[in-house]
Design a protein around this ligand. Sequence first.
Ligand SMILES: Cc1cc2nc3c(=O)[nH]c(=O)nc-3n(C[C@H](O)[C@H](O)[C@H](O)COP(=O)(O)OP(=O)(O)OC[C@H]3O[C@@H](n4cnc5c(N)ncnc54)[C@H](O)[C@@H]3O)c2cc1C
Length: 615
Amino acid sequence: MSYGPSSRHRFSWKKRRKVGSVGTGVLAALSSLPEGASARIAAGPMRTRTYFSIGDILLPICKPRSSADVQTYPLRRTCIYIPQAQVVHGTGGRNVIQHAASHHGHSGLSSARTTYFWRYLDLEGRYEVIILPLESSISRPLIVYRSLRVADDIETRDNLKTFRAEFKGDLITPDDEGYDVSIHRWAHNAIKRAGIVAYVKDPEDVARAIKYAVAAKLDIAIHSGGHSPAGNSSTKGGLVIDLSRFINHVNVDTEKKLAYVGGGANWGMFDAATIKHGLAGVAGTVHHTGVGGLATGGGYGWLSARHGLTIDNVATVVTADGSILKANDKENPDLFWGIRGGGCNFGVVTEFVMKVYPQRTTVFCGIVVFHPEKLDKIAAYLDDWWPRATENEGIVVILTRGPDGSPNVVCFVNYNGTEAEGRAAYKPLFDIGPLVDTAKDMDYLQLNVITNSLAEPGLNYYFKGALLSRDKPSADLNQEKFAKIMDLTKDRAHTTACVLEYIPHTKINSVPEGVTPFRRDLPGNILINSQWKGDEPEKLASARELTHGIAELFINEVGYGNYGTDQDAMLTRPGQTSPDKVKALFRENYPRLQTIKKKYDPNMIFNKWYNITPA
Ligand SMILES: Cc1cc2nc3c(=O)[nH]c(=O)nc-3n(C[C@H](O)[C@H](O)[C@H](O)COP(=O)(O)OP(=O)(O)OC[C@H]3O[C@@H](n4cnc5c(N)ncnc54)[C@H](O)[C@@H]3O)c2cc1C
C-alpha cells in the first residue's frame, strides 16, 4: 500500500488548509495547526475518558495506561486521521488500514466519527495499529502522513539479519534482558519504549545502525547521557543509537592540551580524566549529564566565565551520518559550524576533541541558604557585583521551597581560587547572614557535584528556560516576584526550582555573532525546573502550566535551546500563528543551518530537539 503520488488517498495538506472545511472537534483543532506541528496523543484502551491535547486544547478520548503512552509526534510523520462512519475495532496491521482507507478514505462524510490510527513498523516489518474512536463532525478526510511506503516485510527481516550479523556492539529488543535499563532516562517521563536499542561500539556501528533504521523506516534517537527531560533521546518503536555503553572514553593529550571525548561520556568522566593532569574544560554543572547533548547544544559550566561555552572549545568532531566524517576548521567546515550549537540535527557525534586548560585542583564552593526576608539585600549585593564579576566567580541563585515547604533562597557559590580569596570576594554576601553555609575549599571534582541535589534521577521533570534581566539582578530578584513564585508553588504537588545563573558572560559573548550558530547576546540563563512523582497526565499538564507561569515573570524568550523542551520548541495554540521557536532560537543563523541540513540530512532522519527544516 502506498500513500505516494499515485495513491487515490493522497491528500494535500496545503489544499486542505485552503479549503478549510473541516468541522468541529479534533479536526477543527488540527486544521489550525501549521504543517509540521506536534500534537500530543494519548494512546491506550478505548472508552475511558482522558485527554487528547493539541497545544492547549484538551479533548476527551481514552485513558492512557501510563505516561509512556502519552507522546508528542510530529503530525506529518506518524499519524493518520481518517474519518469513517463506523468504528473499526481491533489491531492487525495493514489490512485494517486498507479496510478503513478504502471504505472511508476520501468520501467526505459529515457528522461522522473520526478514527485515529497510530502505527509504526516493528522489527519484523509489521505495523502496529491502534484505533481510537473520536466524536467529530467532519466534511473531508484528512491523511496527515501521505508519503509512507510500506516496507516489504521480507526485505526488512533480511535487513535485520544482516544488521545483527555486522553490528559489533549490543542490540537490545523488548524481549531481551536489560531492555528496561536500556530505555531508562534521567527523567522518568522521558522514557519511551524503543523498538531496538543499539549500543554502538564505534563510528562504523553508528553508520550501520543508521543504514538499518533508514531501510526499515524506523525513527532514530541518539542517546548520550539521557538527560533530555523532553525525551529527545528516546523513541517510541524506533531505534536508539546509544553511545553511553561503549563510546565513553576520555583520553587526554597533556602536551597539546586536548581531550578526546566519546560522544557517550558524561561530565563526571571528563572531569575525572582531565583534572588528574591538572587540566579542566567547560563541563556541565551536574556531573552525570551527558557530553553528547550538552556539547552539541551549546554548553554552559562554571568555567564558562573563563573559557566560554563548551562549543567554543571543540576543535574537531567525528560524526556518522551514514558515512563517517571528521569536521573541524579545515575539514567539512560547514558541518563543524553547524554542529556547534545546532544540536543533533546533522548526525551522531562519536568523538569531540576539546581544549582543556590548566586548573587548580581545589576550588571554593558550596551551598549558602538564606531566609527569604534577606532577598532584597542579596539582590542589592548582586546589583553591585554582577557588572564587575570576574572570570573566577559565579553565583547561582535558586528561588524554591525547602523539603518542609518553607520558602528559601539558595545560593550556589563558586570561586576558582582559595577559600580566603572566595570569602573576601563575596564578603558582603556572607555578611548578610545565611541560615546555612557549606562553602569551603573543595576538590575540583566536587564542583560539578554540588548542584546534583536538584537533579535526582528517576522523577518526572518539566524544564523551561528564560533569560536574566538585561537591567540588573534586582529586576528579577525582588519580594514581589518571589511572592508570586511562592504563590504559584503553594499547593506543593510539584517541587519547583527557579534557577538564576549568574555566570559571567563576558567571555561567552566575546565570540562574534555568526562564528557558531549560538546566540552571543544572551544576558544569562534562568532555568525553571519542576519535578513530580506519578504518571497522571494531569500532573504533566499542571507542571507545564506552573513552569510557564513562573517563566512569564522573567524575559520569557527562547534563549538556550538545551533549557527548552520540545513542547516549547513546537508549542502551537490552535487558531494562533505558531511562534516557530526553532527560527527564534537560531535567528539570522537559521537559513545557513537549513542549507547545511539539506546537505547532510535532507530527509530529516535526525529530527529531535529543535528540528531544522532543510532548505
Ligand atoms: C540535571 C541537568 C543538569 C544540566 N546542567 C546543564 C549545565 O550545567 N549546562 C548546560 O549547558 N546544560 C545543562 N543541562 C541541559 C543539558 O545540556 C541537556 O539536557 C542535554 O541535552 C543533555 O545531554 P545528554 O547527552 O545527557 O542528553 P540526551 O538525552 O542523551 O540527548 C539530548 C539530545 O542531544 C542529542 N545527542 C546526544 N548525544 C549526541 C551525540 N553524540 N551526537 C549528536 N547528538 C546527540 C540527542 O539526539 C538529543 O536530542 C542540564 C540538564 C539536566 C537534566
